[in-house]
Design a protein around this ligand. Sequence first.
Ligand SMILES: Nc1ncnc2c1ncn2[C@@H]1O[C@H](COP(=O)(O)OP(=O)(O)OP(=O)(O)O)[C@@H](O)[C@H]1O
Ligand SMILES: [Mg+2]
Length: 403
Amino acid sequence: MTTAAVPETTSDLPMYEVFGADGRILSEKLNEHRLKMFPPLALKQMRGFSTAEAARLIGVHDGYLRKLMGQEGAPQPETLPGGRKLYSLQVIQGIREYLSLGGNRQYVRHRAGPEHLQVLAVVNFKGGSGKTTTSAHLAQYLAMQGYRVLGVDLDPQASFSAMLGYQPEYDVQAGDSLYGAVQYVDEQRAMSEVIRRTYFPGLDMVPGSQELMEFEHETPKVLASGPAFGDYFFVRVANALSSVADDYDVVVMDCPPSLGYLTLSALCAATGIIVPVHPQMLDVLSMSQFLQTVSALMSVVGAGGAKVQYDFMRYLITRLEPQDGPQLQMMGFMRGLPDLADRVLKNPVLKSTAIADAQLTNQTLYEVERSQFNKATYDRALNSLNDANGEIEELIRKAWGRV
Ligand SMILES: Nc1ncnc2c1ncn2[C@@H]1O[C@H](COP(=O)(O)OP(=O)(O)OP(=O)(O)O)[C@@H](O)[C@H]1O
Ligand SMILES: [Mg+2]
């Protein structure tokens, strides 16, 4: 059988220029798509919540919430034509604060007193293990529960930023990523300057961009030239975060699929580590190598003075297909290993077309409307995300001594 020859290029351009041209076309068309999806400024907006959803988020019964809405001074939801109530996340947070006026801290979850900032690194060397999906859903879940959350995109691919509404080529300028606040210059940008609000109430972010790779190029030069440039690489992320610690309860850092200096610095800033892993042989094998490499590198930076103590470290099984025998076997294998088993989160995140479909428009499952999906599919995916994120929330609360 003969196959038709595919022309290598449509012009006489050298291949490297074709790469560049293809990149520009894709970026432009994707931006047009974004403008169409979220007009007029390509700005996303978080949806509103029904009374039942709002009551669940606040932690009260529907009836109690309805009664509360009759009280003067309580923040009010929007009333839609037809009488249905729609609660924005701002109104939900307002109701939590209203309920806390008497001094009951149960509803407003902000940390207080000795409770320290929780810095979570979502990390695994293996590409596509679910780091960005985990980071985006976890950050939004925690913000919806009423925590003040900062998302930090450490990946030059900047997918976490795209999910939170920022497309790097259009929205992120030089110095706007975390690199601006950790680079080896006398006048770094203040961390507060690289943080931006997102459309998602309670969730701020530091976007990623290609310039993050500079940290990988600059650090070895600085290491070779001695300690003239201030702090060592492994304390730079922690120092940047400590300057804004008072404004947040939890930081969620989406790491790149590589183990460079920036990832190491993030691991030294972390108080908790989440390792998402797809339960397949090659993924688990790759993770075993990743863990050993991390261990060796952390022992070196630990000897150099880095902090390497965590409140918790957990494996999160991602994209699980419960009808897939080999995946179940692999999950069973990890859960059957003494010592390690306790560090595997009980709730896996299921593979779901609802999660993948939502990502087609750079959205999480928390942002899309249930009515857009097959209800059983949506509910199954949402429950698995809520259960896994709820388990991580428990670990955070435990680290604060609340449970
Ligand atoms: N639970 C899920 N159900 C369906 N698809 C999923 C799920 N989790 C992740 N995916 C899909 O798997 C792919 C990889 O996920 P993701 O981008 O989160 O991985 P990653 O570890 O961040 O990748 P990278 O290493 O490139 O940063 C994405 O296309 C995502 O939409
Ligand atoms: Mg990613």
